[in-house]
Design a protein around this ligand. Structure first.
Ligand SMILES: NC(=O)CCC(=O)C(=O)O
Length: 270
């Protein structure tokens, strides 16, 4: 299986419209890939809080339209990263809470899944107060593997990933806007989630600086044994990797640690 992670430079000088067009063209160039992955909130920047309201869009808004077409033009599964989503309220008005919502498209441009980020970053400010929390785990069956989706700060919450594994996930796909300041956590946590869940991890971050926050870049692909298969540098980059999804089953068979779980399962305790 071939995956391409598009580590986009998200800065304050390029307009959202221009970035959308540029990223769509990059997606179309990945026509030999099985899966293409974009970062979190790459239209606005994950730390550009002022832009969330101004650039919020309904699920089927401009980013959806452009990305659905790019996925079908390239004939790839596309995890299009996330958008600041403003769902239309029941009455049909444009008012309502915002969500940090990821979109996954099939190679024919159909929406296969939408995931609203569960853990919002910022403690008492930023995303944590501007956006609502999602509540549903999302997996998507591709021909080669089942992907489980999570977003950026979710990476710090292992129980979410265990839930995805229980729902069948074999490849964990994590778009992010992770800051350079905590790059060591990013790499360490990506490897930890791969090892503990015996799953592939595809973690795609942003490059550049937006809202005064330098981004880590260093998108990373880790195999179920915790080996780093590929890692990007700090700048904009297309990180392409080939991997064998069957390695999940062989790792889980040969080192069956997931079968030794006791807590959280309905089993007698010693
Ligand atoms: N956008 C985010 O979720 C940032 C997460 C982060 O900076 C961290 O967990 O550290």
């Amino acid at each position: 299986m071939r995956a391409s992670l598009l580590q986009i430079d998200v800065n304050d000088t390029e307009s959202v419209d221009s970035r959308r067009r540029r990223v769509a063209a990059l997606v179309r160039e990945q026509d030999g890939a099985d899966l293409v992955v974009l970062p979190e909130l790459w239209t606005t920047g994950a730390f550009a809080y002022e832009g969330f309201g101004a650039e919020a869009e309904p699920l089927e808004g401009p980013t959806y339209e452009v990305m659905a077409k790019a996925a079908s033009d390239a004939g790839v599964w596309l995890h299009a990263g996330s958008i600041p989503e403003r769902p239309a309220s029941d009455s049909g008005s444009a008012e309502g809470p915002l969500y940090n919502t990821s979109l996954v498209f099939s190679p024919t441009g159909e929406l296969a899944a939408a995931y609203r980020k569960i853990h919002r970053f910022g403690f008492d400010k930023g995303e944590a107060v501007l956006m609502g929390a999602g509540s549903e785990l999302v997996t998507v069956r591709l021909p080669e593997t089942v992907i489980g989706v999570a977003t950026c700060y979710d990476l710090r919450f292992p129980e979410l990933f265990r839930g995805l594994v229980d729902a069948g996930a074999e490849t964990l796909v994590i778009p992010a806007g992770w800051p350079e300041r905590r790059r060591s956590h990013w790499t360490l946590l990506a490897q930890a989630r791969a090892v503990e869940n015996q799953a592939f991890v595809l973690a795609c971050g942003t490059a550049g600086t937006h809202a005064g926050v330098p981004q880590a870049g260093h998108s990373i692909v880790v195999d179920p044994w915790g080996e780093v298969l590929a890692e990007a540098g700090p700048g904009e980059e297309v990180l392409t990797v080939e991997f064998d999804p069957a390695k999940v089953a062989t790792t889980r068979e040969q080192f069956p640690a997931l079968k030794d779980r006791l807590l959280g399962l309905d089993v007698p305790r010693r």
